[in-house]
Ligand binder design. Structure first.
Ligand code: SAH
Length: 353
């Protein structure tokens, strides 16, 4: 079996059964535009072709294990199962403005081991394939179609580090934005990275319109290395040089994520250091109050108070650096940033009704 996203394999299959290459266009139309996942329902194709496709091609490799919807109805966490029995998660966020965002995973587990992140405790289980990355979109689109909702934004902010699964993430973005396929605007895609410096520049060259978010989380090497081991490989000087190059290539503002952990990342001198680091750079800072999970309790991690976050904001404002405070969604179903960690057999407490 191969994935429906593999055009070359589809064309080979068509040739092998004596079908014309234009059938590929019809398959694309049925799958990407009409969102038909079952080949037997692709009525624009001849019956025999539908049978051949059904026996060789998969429209999704992932299966839904369980979905959870938050009390307020805004967030749905989709727990997905891979063919080799791994669990990954995707999160739908229905914003009050009417926009809908999907947060997707690119790896089962994550190799980066950031101290505040639940996924980091799993280590890397494996990279997701191109098909598995795209399946999350197929599945979310199908759920949303039932609510007459369309996806507006896709963010690679689920499980995993996108720039350590570089080729598959790039190929997934190419397919996602292909005009003949989903034709999803690359301006509405955001890739978030902990700072794999050499790949940032390559990524900017390849996708100058895709938005880039950097998990910065601390303004100096000592503080950053304390919470993010990756900083030892790519310290701030190296990271910022890569980002300056990225901005020169793309002319795009970079989004900096800054996690606010009381007494750890929110010390007052850090506000000045952060403002100095980003002053004069094309930057927008998102403050994310730390989302609590079991592992953080051992380290005594707690979210910063609103007053402290606002003090940071003020310092940035004085130096002309714009910022927002990220509103947390879905924390009652453990779907908030950094809470995604599902090992096989983990019991969930609430089921979607
Ligand atoms: N590997 C990518 C994607 C990670 S998840 C990256 O590092 O950017 C998306 C965001 O959630 C990152 O900014 C991450 O640092 C943040 N995050 C992780 N754990 C968190 C937690 N417990 N509370 C708040 N944000 C968290």
């Amino acid at each position: 079996m191969f994935s429906i996203h593999e055009d070359k394999a589809l064309l080979d299959l068509l040739a092998s059964i004596g079908e014309k290459p234009y059938r590929l266009k019809q398959i694309h139309q049925e799958f990407y535009k009409n969102l038909v996942l079952d080949f037997s329902e692709m009525t624009s194709l001849p019956a025999k072709l539908r049978e051949s496709l059904a026996s060789s091609v998969q429209t999704t490799d992932l299966t839904i294990d369980v979905t959870h919807r938050s009390e307020d109805g805004q967030t749905t966490k989709i727990l997905l199962k891979t063919h080799d029995d791994r669990r990954i998660e995707a999160v739908i966020m229905r914003h009050l403005s009417g926009r809908t965002t999907l947060c997707i995973s690119c790896q089962a587990g994550c190799p980066m081991a950031c101290s505040f992140c639940a996924t980091g405790t799993l280590g890397l289980e494996r990279n997701l394939s191109v098909g598995e990355i795209l399946d999350q979109i197929t599945i979310a689109k199908t759920l949303l179609a039932k609510e007459q909702r369309e996806l507006r934004n896709i963010v690679f902010m689920g499980m995993g580090e996108p720039l350590t699964n570089y080729d598959n993430v790039c190929e997934a973005i190419r397919i996602l934005s292909d005009q003949k396929k989903w034709d999803f605007s690359s301006r509405r895609i955001t890739v978030s990275t902990c700072g794999i410096a050499p790949k940032i520049v390559a990524f900017g060259r390849e996708f100058p319109q895709v938005s880039l978010a950097i998990s910065l989380h601390a303004p100096n090497d000592t503080a950053r290395s304390d919470v993010m081991p990756v900083n030892k490989t790519y310290p701030l000087e190296v990271l910022m040089a890569a980002l300056d190059e990225y901005v020169a290539i793309t002319n795009k503002r970079v989004f900096y994520e800054y996690i606010m952990i009381a007494g750890v990342t929110d010390r007052l001198p850090y506000a000045d250091e952060l403002a100095t680091l980003l002053a004069g750079r094309m930057a927008h800072v998102n403050f994310i109050p730390y989302n609590a999970w079991e592992g953080g309790a051992m380290r005594n991690y707690r979210p910063s108070s609103r007053v402290i976050i606002e003090r940071f904001q003020k310092k940035l404002e004085e130096k002309g650096v714009p910022s927002t405070i990220r509103h947390t969604m879905g924390d009652d179903i453990a779907a908030a940033c950094g809470q995604l960690a599902r090992k096989h057999g983990t019991e969930d407490t609430k089921k979607d009704s």
